[in-house]
Design a protein around this ligand. Structure first.
Ligand code: UT7
Length: 331
């Protein structure tokens, strides 16, 4: 059996922060951001939270797929920016949806989160453990970026996307997943408590030191390193799934990539010798929404009719870890 996406949904905050406004906050310009990233504006949470956006996106996906909350057997929220750690965001979403029959957990693989969750869902369905699975990517990255660091704050935005998978006859999609923890220093976020020892611990015990280089709870990124990694590893992973699945590059209707930087997407298209028009972009509107970017784009394309049943599409994600992965599937 395989999992077929039968419904999609998304939710982005109302508040918009455009490049002009951002260039009054840090030393940058609309022209620089557009040229180097493709981002024009991003949506930023005000009242919304990671969980509330996840719930809205999930409701829309369930409605779109004509699936009731009670039918969901597994609910995965991909996030590293939830306002709750215990219980996990997925349990909070379950409560608000009334998805009473679902087992729930969060999955943190940063920007590759949705890809890894998609493959996890396929494995649960192929094994017969579950028939109906709800996947959500939801992020409030605006809480995690240093709004004085022009190297990161220009890139990211907030939002959530969701997809419902139902079991259907057929072979699961061909997928690859990779991680390289040794290269992880290029994109990090220290937990806020990592250096702050509670008073009651001060005594004779052998207590952990604050990790070297630990920062103040903001995303730290070597942009060039992440860029180089993405433009090398993403085409490799896509070529890997195409070869494994015996699919020609020309047979692919759409390559739906994590929306991090327009130049990364263009470079991947070029390296694959593929038609750039098959690489849809929406990062100009939302910036990089990490694990939410692929499901938000899927939802847009599903609702505006660009995605049609029977098409062959590639999904590819990459990000902190470092981690990356790709799948080739029939829509
Ligand atoms: O989901 C995965 C997460 N991350 C990514 O995918 C990020 C991948 N990396 C990137 O998207 C790009 O590396 C950035 C957009 C972050 C940066 O673009 P870049 O072309 O790699 O710039 P750079 O870091 O090589 O910097 C080039 C110049 C530098 O000035 P000098 O040293 O040449 O004088 C920077 O100081 O641009 C300067 N710069 C800026 N100037 C205006 C860096 N950020 C800005 C800025 N506005 N926001």
């Amino acid at each position: 059996m395989k999992g077929k996406i039968c419904g999609t949904g998304s939710c982005v905050p109302e508040q918009v922060l455009d490049n002009e406004e951002l260039s009054r906050m840090v030393d940058t310009s609309d022209a620089w951001i557009r040229e180097r990233t493709g981002v024009v504006r991003r949506h930023i949470v005000r009242e919304e939270t990671t969980v509330s956006m996840a719930v809205s996106a999930a409701r829309r996906a369930l409605e779109n797929g004509n699936v009731s909350a009670e039918e969901v057997e597994l609910l995965i929220v991909c996030t590293f920016t939830s306002e709750v750690l215990l219980p996990c965001a997925a349990c909070e979403v379950q409560k608000r949806l009334g998805a009473v029959n679902a087992a729930c957990f969060d999955l943190n693989a940063a920007c590759t989160g949705f890809m890894f969750a998609y493959n996890t869902a396929q494995a649960y369905i192929a094994s017969g453990l579950c028939r109906t699975i709800l996947l959500i990517g939801s992020e409030s990255l605006s809480h995690m970026v240093d709004w004085e660091d022009r190297g990161t704050c220009i890139l990211f935005g907030d939002g959530a996307g969701a997809a419902v998978l139902r079991s259907a006859p057929g072979e699961p999609p061909v997928s690859v997943m990779h991680s390289d923890g040794a290269a992880g220093g290029a994109l990090t976020l220290q937990s806020l408590h990592s250096g702050e020892l509670p008073q009651r611990c001060h005594g004779t015990a052998d207590l952990p030191e604050k990790p070297a280089g630990a920062q103040n709870g903001y995303i730290q990124m070597n942009g060039r390193e992440v860029f180089q990694f993405a433009v090398k590893k993403v085409p490799e992973a896509i070529q890997e799934v195409l070869t494994l699945g015996g699919t020609e590059c020309g047979q692919i209707d759409y390559f739906i990539l994590h929306q991090a930087n327009k130049r990364i997407v263009e470079s991947v298209a070029k390296r694959l010798h593929a038609d750039a028009g098959k690489f849809p972009l929406n990062l100009q509107e939302y910036g990089n929404t990490s694990s939410a970017s692929i499901p938000i784009l899927l939802d847009e394309m599903h609702r505006d009719g660009r995605l049609r049943r029977g098409q062959t599409i590639v999904l590819a994600g990459f990000g902190a870890g470092l981690s990356w992965g790709a799948s080739v599937l029939e829509w």
